[in-house]
Design a binder for this molecule. Structure first.
Ligand code: NAP
Length: 282
């Protein structure tokens, strides 16, 4: 039976340490602050933003929401980002995705000052990750790396298979695992015979958004299985990309959904905000 990687507990520990750090920063006159922009009223985004707000409050990070109607212009959004770039009381800027189709999200990410880009989506930070420089790593892959480290899971020389190639999870995850000296294979919707590839994986990281896609017969004995997926089933319950019960019997380590990658993503966002507050204040 697999050992459960408890993201919720690890996130709690990280937040406890951050709280202490924030107290010290405040004693030195630095008040870490995150600005979150949300355009439209996507129900999933509302939940994510609320969770981020609560997490900031817990560790003492100031949180300011900018909620805009779906029909705002791209120019207005970029103007808002510029204002936040120039506001020295703001250390982190996050644009919640998705945004309405008339807004070019890449252009918006590029407008966020790299030093305040706590989500790690600005191409400058993406590039720095690629060449192995210190940067803001996108929060979900960063959280996964922290979990692997915390549980002393060997990555060097291991076959890591990543399912999904999105800009926010799959692609930065490829780079993170390369930086950890894994041999990385990435699969996507056009990949043929995925199960033949996953069966050879020492580490599987699934970020495709397909409920229970990763079945027991796709996983080799003793593999480490990281489930990024958050899928809402018809009965309202949430499940991951992995058939958790069955795969648990074969894997050596597994992350649950909820309580695995999700809480770690938020914890790493807070880590990045504190880091930006320190960098911006030397
Ligand atoms: P996304 O932008 O929709 O990307 C999905 C990726 O999966 C794409 O690369 C797609 O391939 C691939 N894919 C889709 N169906 C596939 C299939 N049947 N076989 C193989 N590959 C397939 O999604 P995302 O934003 O990366 O998110 C992925 C999942 O993670 C979602 O459930 C999301 O809610 C969750 N998520 C969780 C967290 C967290 O903190 N836990 C954070 C972010 C996202 P193509 O490129 O070929 O289309």
């Amino acid at each position: 039976m697999a050992e459960i990687i408890n993201g919720k507990e690890l996130a709690k520990k990280i937040k406890k340490e951050l709280k202490e750090e924030v107290i010290k920063l405040k004693e030195n006159g630095i008040n870490p602050k995150l600005a979150v922009i949300m355009v439209g009223n996507d129900s999933g985004s509302q939940v994510y933003v609320r969770n981020k707000s609560k997490a900031c409050e817990k560790v003492g990070i100031d949180f300011k929401e900018y909620l805009f109607e779906e029909n705002i212009s791209e120019d207005f959004l970029l103007e808002t980002i510029h204002k936040l770039n120039n506001d020295s009381s703001v250390h982190g800027i996050l644009l919640q995705s998705p945004v309405p189709k008339h807004i070019n999200i890449n252009k918006a990410f590029q407008t966020i000052l790299p030093e305040k880009d706590v989500d790690g989506f600005n191409p400058v930070n993406v590039g720095k990750l690629t060449i192995g420089e210190d940067t803001f790593i996108s929060c979900t892959p960063y959280g996964i790396i922290k979990m692997l480290e915390e549980y002393n899971i060997e990555t060097e020389g291991k076959n890591a298979v990543i399912l999904g190639r999105s800009n926010i999870v799959g692609k930065p995850m490829i780079q993170c695992m390369l930086n950890k000296n894994s041999t990385v294979t990435v699969c996507h919707s056009k990949t043929k015979n995925i199960e033949e590839i996953t069966k050879k994986a020492d580490i599987i990281i699934s970020a495709i958004g397909r409920p229970k896609f990763v079945k027991e017969n796709m996983v080799k004995d003793g593999a480490v299985v990281i489930d990024v997926g958050i899928n809402r089933l018809e009965d309202g319950t949430i499940c991951g990309d992995v058939d958790y019960e069955a795969v648990s019997r074969k894997a050596s380590y597994i992350t649950p959904v909820p309580g695995g990658v999700g809480p770690m993503t938020i914890a790493m966002l807070l880590v990045n905000v504190v880091k930006s507050a320190k960098i911006l204040n030397n």
